[in-house]
Design a protein around this ligand. Sequence first.
Ligand code: NAI
Length: 334
Amino acid sequence: MFSRSAARTVSHARQFSSSAARQHKVAVLGAGGGIGQPLSMLLKLDKNVTSLSLYDIRGAPGVAADVSHIDADSTVKGYAADKLDEALEGVKVVVIPAGVPRKMSRDDLFNTNASIVRDLAAAVARVAPEAHLLIISNPVNSTVPIVSEVLKAAGVYDPRRVFGVTTLDVVRARRFLSEVTGAPTAETGVTVVGGHSGSTIVPLLSHNAHGKGVSGAAYDALVHRIQFGGDEVVQAKDGAGSATLSMAYAGAKFASTLLRGLNGEKGVVAPSFVKSDLFADQGVEYFSSNVELGPNGVEKIHPLGPLTASEEKLLAACLPDLKKNIEKGKAFVA
Ligand code: NAI
């Protein structure tokens, strides 16, 4: 048996090692935007974030001053347009929601966002080459290949550390399946695979006990709503932008899941758009599926599991489009 003081030392050591493992500095690039602001707020509330670095070409110091008053232990600092390198110093996780939101399709933003993401990735490669990058800026199917190519050119690419954030599709699928079936959202988690736009979004409803029962026209309508749910927000905002609050929630949710993995927690699994061998033989280099997250980022990519005939059809429609989107991203950097 331990003496009381020995027990105190052990518990002290435990506290120390668990808090030492949780020293994560997180940067948000595009922190002044519609997504960036609420995302920064939610990250401030995450116990695994000890330091928050907020950067934007406009408005980040103001957002930082505001968020820094929230009574959580993390520190917050804002960086103006010319302070990108400083913002990235010592950062472990970089979340990128910088860019313009779509007015119509996600592809119409390609040129603007492609350059923004390319330049930000180059700065990360230079200042924080070991950081994990979470890409929110659309079109994700192309921006993830862009970031990867930039990191490759800089000689610092590790595919385990580059993630396209597709969590909003997963969040929507859970909510919409709950609405259709009346089951609580705690029971309607759906794995969503493929990419992050329209027909490249493939929900695997058959893997959920409630989703399995949805068929016929109801199934088609549900799949369509998951694939094109973003349009509801774009239309309702009437030209003022796309999803920001639900996206901030989804971005913070994925960041928090990754941080748990980085801390060494076991069995942390979430879908993300990553470099993947699953369909590489069909020329699709990046694919979203369930990935296991650990201290190095992506530890393992899970196979899709059994698919119904309808899901096979969705996948067949996804792959050629996704391949084109990926090639477009790669060509932009080349
Ligand atoms: P927004 O226009 O409200 O905010 C974008 C922010 O990026 C602005 O504050 C702007 O100043 C900043 N910015 C622009 N260039 C920059 C640069 N070079 N460095 C740093 N910051 C820069 O747009 P919103 O609504 O926040 O959307 C941001 C991005 O997220 C868009 O590309 C949008 O399509 C995407 N998005 C992604 C989703 C997903 O599921 N992955 C869902 C919804 C939106």
